[in-house]
Design a protein around this ligand. Structure first.
Ligand code: ZN
Length: 264
């Protein structure tokens, strides 16, 4: 199938944060940004989160997003009848400190206790749903090796997942990922928003690991439009990817991971 005929797939966003568009600072250390985010949402009710989620869904739909792998911890996805517009969504419940109802995925290894990281990923593996985790984003303190350590007696559990950001992944990490169907998810606007170090795209590509491009949330990106993410990527790194590679990163590659699940 030609890329133009394939649905655009957003492999990483947080729809429930869509009302934060334009409200948070750029070029701040992540934890300062996070404390601003917490202040902004401190008085949000369940309805505010739902409104924010639907706003994001409508925006994503208006820019032809075909499928969304969404991560949220406020349980703000509206239940049946399904929200209008109907864009297929895989709604993952993001575990920070407390367990949440299935299907779950851990936020990160610095915010989520190891036993909950393991439980969430094990459930995903058993259900054939890709897991995701924010990892190796700002420095080398949340390492892929520390993540693997959680599964050291059962490494097979980590197949089929998304490492989100991964700016500090090493060649060894990427080699393991390539062999175990673990994709790296790069979010160009969010990457620029925080001023992270340049990714080593050459090393990523050479490793053979799958690469997806996604939006992240409007709390750290200007747009939920995947094509805008590609534009940002090409503006900043004109030679890093061919157009074909970039299109695969928002269609066929994430599609390969979501193909086995029918939960959206
Ligand atoms: Zn994220």
């Amino acid at each position: 199938m030609d890329f133009l005929e394939m649905p655009l797939i957003n492999a990483h966003c947080h729809l429930e944060l869509s009302s934060l568009a334009g409200k948070l600072p750029r070029n701040k250390p992540f934890f300062e940004w996070l404390s601003e985010l917490r202040k902004e949402v401190a008085n949000w009710t369940k309805e505010d989160y739902q409104k924010s989620y639907i706003k994001g869904l409508e925006l994503a739909h208006s820019v032809n997003t075909g499928i969304i792998y969404d991560v949220g911890n406020q349980m703000s996805e509206p239940h049946t009848p399904y929200p209008i517009p109907h864009t297929p969504i895989l709604s993952m419940h993001e575990i920070i400190k407390q367990p949440l109802p299935f299907p779950c995925t851990p936020h990160s290894i610095y915010a989520t206790p190891p036993e909950l990281v393991r439980m969430a990923i094990k459930q995903c593996r058993e259900a054939g749903i890709p897991w995701s985790i924010h990892l190796a984003e700002f420095d080398d303190s949340d390492r892929f090796s520390d993540f693997l350590e959680i599964f050291k007696d059962e490494l097979g559990l980590v197949k089929n997942g998304f490492i989100v950001h991964g700016n500090f992944l090493t060649e060894k990490d990427l080699d393991f990922m390539a062999k175990n169907d673990i994709a790296i998810v790069h979010c160009p606007q969010s990457h620029e928003w925080f001023g992270h170090k340049d990714p080593d795209f050459e090393m990523w590509k050479k490793s053979g690991a799958d690469i997806c491009i996604a939006t992240d949330s409007l709390a750290s990106a200007d747009s939920l439009d995947l094509m805008e993410q590609i534009k940002t990527l090409f503006r900043r790194y004109p030679k890093a990817f061919t157009h074909k590679e970039a299109m695969a990163a928002i269609t066929a590659t994430p599609g390969k991971y979501l193909a086995k699940t029918n939960r959206y």
